[in-house]
Design a protein around this ligand. Sequence first.
Ligand code: NDP
Length: 463
Amino acid sequence: MARYDYDLFVIGGGSGGVRAARVAASLGKRVAIAEEYRFGGTCVIRGCVPKKLFVYASQFPEHFEDAAGYGWTVGESSFDWPTLIANKDREIGRLEAIYEMGVQKAGGETFHSRAVLVDAHTVLIEAENRTVTAEHILIATGGRANPHAALPGHELCILSDHAFHLDTLPKSIVIAGGGYIAVEFANIFHGLGVETTLVYRGKEILGRFDMDLRTMLHDTMVSKGIRILCQTIFEKIEKRADGRLDAHLNDGEVLVADQIMLALGRTPNTENLGLEAAGVAVGKIDEIVVDDYSRTNVSNIYAVGDVTNRVQLTPVAIHEAMCFVDTVFRGKPTKPDLDCVATAVFSQPEIGTVGLSEEDAGNRYDEVEIYRATFRPMRNVLGNRQEKMLVKLVVDAASRIVVGAHILGPDAGELAQLLGIAVKAKLTKDDFDATMAVHPTAAEELVTMYTPSYRLKGGERIG
Ligand code: NDP
């Protein structure tokens, strides 16, 4: 007779939780997973996937504009928001089913319920009002958008979750934040014809990214017609008699918009999860504290993904889940490797990036070489689109290793995936130089920048 009902109980059916449940079940383990909302989690249901569908939708006006230069006459076009929402929802429903069925097909059990810890080995399945026991428990409850409760009138604002289900497309929107979500949605709404303003507290959008990417994206967004206000914050939000909203800024300006969206980071979902009852420790922002193997202070309880507030990216949560399965069920203790995580911002133009920014490399290495090219990608020429592309390599001069690669331009996300392999493998600039160019592509610039554009010594530019 087994001591516990399950070998593994997973709380949270997002990218990390579903992956751990499916793979552990496929190893013959007795696995159950509970999800209180919809299987697929933030990424599939209200994050990466619907966002990318929105990005595609928002790019059509530029395609229509550019078509003329290629000889096409495009008839009058119009956009129907409810059609986009319905088609997006259908696709999300399809993926949701695949996520849940994947666990079931592997032999795992799925619960549509909130689950909370009762003690270190016991979980309450709320919808069934019964408890079950498990030898191991994995918490993968993700995070939620920060509602910025300290802002007077914050309840009048929408969060990214709501942006996926608005009844009507607003005519104007003000978005607060300068991170991934704020920047991506500013481009989405602008592309769909919404008058868009971005309000960011810092000096330049997209903190932590290479400064070249930040300034060039900022300038391009402005040239497209997006208003960006940096070093500015909201003081309060008020509703007008006509139903529109006033955003009062710290410099006295009042912005009027149909919708105001807050994209001010995400908070780990640890509330009312029974962590105290089980003795699981949390950190400063209530994230679950884990060691290098994703193990909490309670030896049989692990946590992966955004709830641990390490690197808030879907592929990272999935990687952490795979390492968890290796550690706990395959007898192969494995630490997630979070070095050199390639990432993309689906702005317009896109950012694709991996490794160190110029500034971080300058602080880490004695001498750094920067190889940098800006040019108009061929696809923009006939359409007379002035937008430029940036390709940049950051090289440690002593070892010749390419320690950072940064792209702004069409398909930069796709390029970042491939560059991620090269940078992760610590290839040198000489390896890049020895690689034959693929012509005619924009990416060929990556292997044809033979002389440094400039150098850094002790972090300072020396020409
Ligand atoms: P980010 O951490 O990227 O950005 C949060 C932004 O909010 C920052 O610009 C921050 O400013 C600002 N901010 C935070 N608190 C306040 C405040 N009190 N007042 C004013 N501004 C504030 O979070 P997001 O919400 O954009 O996205 C959450 C996470 O989701 C990201 O970290 C990312 O990992 C992930 N994500 C990934 C995507 C992708 O891979 N393409 C797409 C979308 C999300 P400051 O810079 O000054 O701290």
